[in-house]
Write a protein that binds this ligand. Sequence first.
Ligand code: SAH
Ligand code: SF4
Length: 358
Amino acid sequence: MTEIAPTTPVDLLGLEPDALRHELEGHFEARGQKPYRARQVARWLYETDVRSFDEMTDLPAGERVALAEAFAIGEPEIDTVQVSSDGTAKHLWRLGDEERVESVLIPTEDRLTLCLSSQAGCAMGCTFCATGWSGFQRHLTAGEIVAQYRASRRWAAENGYGPITNIVYMGMGEPLANRPAVHASLTILNQGFEVGARRITVSTVGVVPGILELARRPEQFKLALSLHSPDSTLRQELIPLEKRWPLPELIQALEAFDDAGGRRITFEYTMIRGVNDAPELAPRLAELAYRLHAFVNLIPFNPIPWQDWGPSKPERIRHFADVLRERGVDVAVREPRGRDIDAACGQLRANALVQIED
Ligand code: SAH
Ligand code: SF4
């Protein structure tokens, strides 16, 4: 049998654990090696942060060379890393084709949350979002999504941050617009890296088929919906996708997710002064959240260069929180994290773009 060298080595980080085992067992079998070698490689990938096959020291030297010829461990290079005074650490990663995406590590008392990107840019064009303004470049592969986790885990360990406990798909991009890669990355993080499904949250602006698909998965991955308004007309002004899947349809999909059981939906509500913080919206938000058993995060708007909007006043945010609580809805007011390093959605890359364009 003649062997044809693949032009692009397969990125092992992008394979679901079953496919990884299959691929590696085939590789080792063709080389007259025992199947357990596949488990050794998987262990190095998932349980350690080695960057090269050469560091897989329980494999014979010849096997390490052969692995490096056939496969890649596709990790991004660090372009920049910024650490906020509150400990929030933002990475801008440089991908193989020079695209840049960001991820953010957010330490809190008992958690270390990683916020990762699912696309370079975003096509959804939400008017309040820096990523939306910077446009869509491309989908990330499953490997590129997972690699943000693995590279962040290494950086966190080296910099005294401890283990990553939670993952949110809230960086750049709309995860449910990149479903094949996002679903594969969920499987890899959960089955390969053993991050509990309940510790992984997918945030969407409301891609209905994607919500239904996530509802059908047997694992308990969590869902955050970027709601930002309980009123369809106002929501349309903020989120163009509202025209495609308006609130009534979106609510049906959320009900299906809620009915699938066991995991509470979160509503994200970015509060923009004079835009979506009118007092009469608070009871409507409460009604919707109550009906869907949703937890509500109120997030002060983080200003972006392209809009002269500002965050709601603290007393207005408190008012919303009070109305929600009075009506039996659990709510948290999210402190802005990493303000001094622009650690909100999409902002670092957008700033980099602004600098390039200057
Ligand atoms: N595309 C997905 C996930 C990425 S956005 C989504 O929209 O849900 C992650 C979160 O950041 C979303 O809730 C989004 O609404 C919020 N966000 C975007 N721009 C923001 C800003 N300028 N200030 C505060 N939150 C913002
Ligand atoms: Fe995309 Fe989410 Fe930003 Fe909207 S808020 S443009 S969906 S990243």
